[in-house]
Ligand binder design. Structure first.
Ligand SMILES: NC(=O)c1ccc[n+]([C@@H]2O[C@H](COP(=O)([O-])OP(=O)(O)OC[C@H]3O[C@@H](n4cnc5c(N)ncnc54)[C@H](O)[C@@H]3O)[C@@H](O)[C@H]2O)c1
Length: 428
């Protein structure tokens, strides 16, 4: 099938590679000329394991092309996926202007029937407005649909090729048939529903996962008070099949481009509908407070941070990605700086991007170098290479051998045996 993917960020670029791999003819469009020029030259613009090879394969096979020209992208497509950003506004609601702008450009350039799919995460009111935009500007028939995206950065290619489910929010049998055909090579349960329900499935999923994280973080605080171990509590809890193990990892809280934004957007959307989503506000509050809580654990070792050098390992919001959006690590670094600490930082893939957002820190090209003469190793992201560090050597190079483990990544008994002081979250 001929598919246009509108917006070539994390979701758009992965979708381009996926649809090409599913044997479709794909054209990726973005308004960012620099991005498209790089993509045309074969430069992958984001870090995502497995993307590079799939991208090169299909750029070379000719199944994947790129443009900034809507006329060219839309002229003979059967399906368009809108994958543009929906960043948060100050009041928590999301900014819809990119979705509406792209919808208008598609509508104006559509030459024959196509299914227009909103893949960006949006509340149901957006579909209504997109339909109005099409009613005003499109001169041919179309269907508006919604297929929310559930990929996780860091394992996006695997998630795209092996999705947990495919949700088709459609309003006609014709659109359902087209979208089933787009996804037919993927083995996953298909949920066919309305666009409104599809969009709420996405918000409900992210809000539920955020809830699990805040719940386990709140439990971690209780664990600290009674000398219990949150990892053991999470294991025992998660073995209940009604609950499950995933997302029960205590830490700095959730960040990234989705959970914070989507919980805020659902709270704001509920408010517009006349419902006070107090429950979700508390989930958000626990998340906001988690960094403060971690700093109290640092202060147990260093009541004053003035003059202390702390090394923060990991800057992106999670391992295997360079995405810094709403990264808890970045916020932690900024708070440590405010408290008077000197901060060394290192991230395996996000150093260059972080230079634009972090000022007043010292960047290093390797973890061992960043730890020399440091008063504390602050583990902020669970990159495997941090687990592989030679801690015996690291200890010798540090001024004070202390590990502040905001992700409960290290084994406390092992690192204590090596001579480190250790502070985790919900265990020590
Ligand atoms: N990143 C994730 O892990 C993830 C997962 C699931 C869902 N989502 C949702 O998918 C959507 C996209 O997220 P993302 O992380 O890929 O965003 P992104 O910021 O990485 O990419 C968005 C792209 O859209 C382009 N764009 C903006 N306006 C445009 C227009 N009018 N026409 C064409 N292109 C335009 C931008 O230049 C940018 O390249 C968001 O709604 C997000 O909430 C993201």
């Amino acid at each position: 099938m001929r598919i246009a993917v509108i917006g070539t960020g994390y979701v758009g670029l992965v979708s381009c590679a996926l649809f090409a791999e599913l044997n479709h003819q794909v054209i990726g469009l973005d308004v960012d000329k620099d991005k498209i020029s790089k993509l045309k030259k074969g430069q992958v613009t984001i870090y995502e394991p497995g993307l590079e090879s799939l991208f090169q394969k299909h750029l070379n096979s000719g199944k994947l092309t790129f443009t900034t020209d809507y006329k060219k992208a839309i002229k003979d497509i059967e399906v368009a996926f809108i994958c543009v950003g929906t960043p948060p506004k100050k009041d928590g609601s999301y900014d819809s202007k990119y979705v509406y702008a792209s919808a208008e450009s598609i509508a104006k350039n559509l030459k024959k029937y196509a299914v227009i799919v909103i893949k960006s995460t949006v509340p149901p009111s957006t579909t209504t407005r997109v339909k109005k935009i099409f009613a005003t500007h499109a001169k041919v028939k179309y269907d508006i649909a919604s297929t929310p995206e559930f990929l996780r950065e860091g394992s996006a290619i695997n998630d795209a090729l092996h999705p947990s489910r495919i949700v088709l929010g459609v309003e006609s049998k014709k659109a359902e048939k087209v979208l089933r055909s787009v996804h037919k090579k993927l083995k996953a349960e298909v949920v066919v529903t309305t666009p409104q329900s599809a969009q709420l499935i996405k918000y409900a999923s992210n809000s539920m996962l955020a809830t699990k994280i805040s719940f386990i973080n709140a439990m971690a605080i209780i664990c600290d008070k009674v000398d219990a171990d949150i990892n053991d509590v999470a294991l025992g809890l998660g073995l209940d099949p009604r609950i499950g193990q995933s997302f029960l990892e205590a830490g700095l809280g959730y960040g990234g481009s989705c959970f914070p934004k989507d919980t805020w957007a659902l709270i704001a959307y509920a408010k517009k509908l006349g419902y006070d989503f107090n429950f979700l506000k508390q989930v958000d509050q626990v998340n906001q407070d988690q960094i403060k809580y971690f700093i109290t654990k640092i202060k147990k070792v260093y009541p004053s941070l003035k003059g202390k050098t702390l090394t923060v390992l990991g800057l992106a919001f999670k391992p295997n990605t360079d995405d810094l959006r709403e990264s808890r690590s970045i916020e932690l670094v900024n708070r440590l700086l405010k408290l008077g600490a000197k901060v060394n930082v290192y991230d395996p893939v996000a150093n260059d991007l972080a230079k634009d957002v972090l000022k007043g820190v010292k960047f290093f090209n390797s973890a061992p170098l960043s730890l020399i003469n440091s008063d504390g190793l602050v583990l902020a992201t669970k990159w495997q290479e941090f687990g592989d560090l030679n801690l015996r050597k690291v200890k010798k190079s540090m001024k004070n051998p202390v590990i502040f483990d905001s992700r409960n990544f290290f084994d406390p008994s092992k690192v204590k045996k090596l001579g480190f002081k250790y502070q985790g979250i919900g265990r020590s």
